[in-house]
Design a protein around this ligand. Structure first.
Ligand code: ATP
Ligand code: MG
Length: 270
């Protein structure tokens, strides 16, 4: 909700939709307060509490800008590189300490997905689960992570990026954040309901995807493929929630293409 203070200053109030969601919205506010980055900002959290209906709310600075999902539709192609560079260089955290603990979290997640999806009898899902199962997730170190870094949750104002709508996720890693952007620019997930994506938007999304991944490759070459594995896991996690045929088919096609990309990268690497 866009609200106004007595001094006419605007602020945004986010209220939990029901009391069961209070805990998650509280985590969201906490993540936003604690987020620290030298070049990427978050709206300042001004106040929080429980309202008269027992719902958690928090107030934050109103950023009068434009979401990246809107901005990308008309962005000058020349500006894409600096935005991608800004995002990647500021969220990538290179840490060579590979951990076994991480491996375990991912293996358990994949195991439970396999159980949930067995009844679908879908060879694409089976192949994806097979790939995810034999992948080593050791490079996924715990780092600061937004949790739902879609283009809608990035606001740009005067060339400054702001992140909103943080989310708790099963695992916090910058690789997961980049893969969420990829879900928008590679699979064009947010545009799945549109009959035809405007050709200019499509072109810009593809340029964004290529430059984003080129930047990942130049900053941390070993993590290039990891982003695609994270994306594959992300897509597979949506399957249990799909209710209509159209979304299922869309997801299936996109999953297939990510599997092909992973195979291609692996062939090139060996
Ligand atoms: N602090 C803010 N300043 C300016 N605009 C904002 C701000 N917070 C949210 N918005 C606008 O409102 C939209 C929805 O906000 P937000 O992403 O937090 O909620 P949501 O996507 O509905 O939440 P959820 O995914 O948690 O249900 C944003 O895409 C953005 O356009
Ligand atoms: Mg949002």
């Amino acid at each position: 909700m866009l609200c106004e203070k007595e001094n006419n200053e605007l602020f945004v109030r986010k209220i939990s939709s029901d009391s069961d969601y209070n805990k998650r919205l509280k985590i969201q506010a906490k993540k936003q307060v604690e987020y620290s980055n030298p070049n990427i900002r978050v709206p300042k959290v001004l106040n929080s509490g429980i309202n008269e209906d027992g719902l958690f709310f928090f107030d934050m600075e109103y950023i009068q800008g434009i979401t990246m999902s809107e901005y990308i539709k008309t962005i000058e192609i020349g500006k894409v590189r600096s935005i991608c560079k800004n995002i990647v260089t500021n969220i990538v955290s290179i840490d060579s300490n590979e951990t076994e603990v991480t491996e375990c979290v991912f293996k358990n997640k994949i195991k439970s997905l396999k159980r949930k999806l067995q009844s679908k009898n879908n060879p694409v899902i089976d192949e994806a689960i097979g790939l995810l199962n034999k992948h080593s997730w050791k490079r996924f170190n715990k780092t600061q992570c937004h949790g739902d870094l879609t283009l809608e949750n990035i606001i740009i104002k005067d060339n400054q990026l702001y992140l909103i709508d943080f989310l708790d996720s099963f695992y916090d890693s910058w690789i997961m954040d980049i893969s969420t952007i990829m879900q928008d620019v590679q699979t064009m997930w947010s545009y799945r309901h549109e009959k035809e994506i405007d050709i200019n938007t499509k072109l810009r999304l593809l340029v964004f995807r290529d430059i984003l991944m080129d930047t990942v490759r130049s900053v941390s070459p070993k993590d290039y493929i990891e982003v695609y594995y994270a994306l594959l896991l992300k897509l597979i996690r949506i399957f249990p929630y799909t209710k209509d045929e159209e979304t299922y088919e869309f997801l299936n096609t996109k999953t297939k293409s990510v599997i092909e990309i992973i195979k291609e990268i692996e062939i090139c690497e060996h």
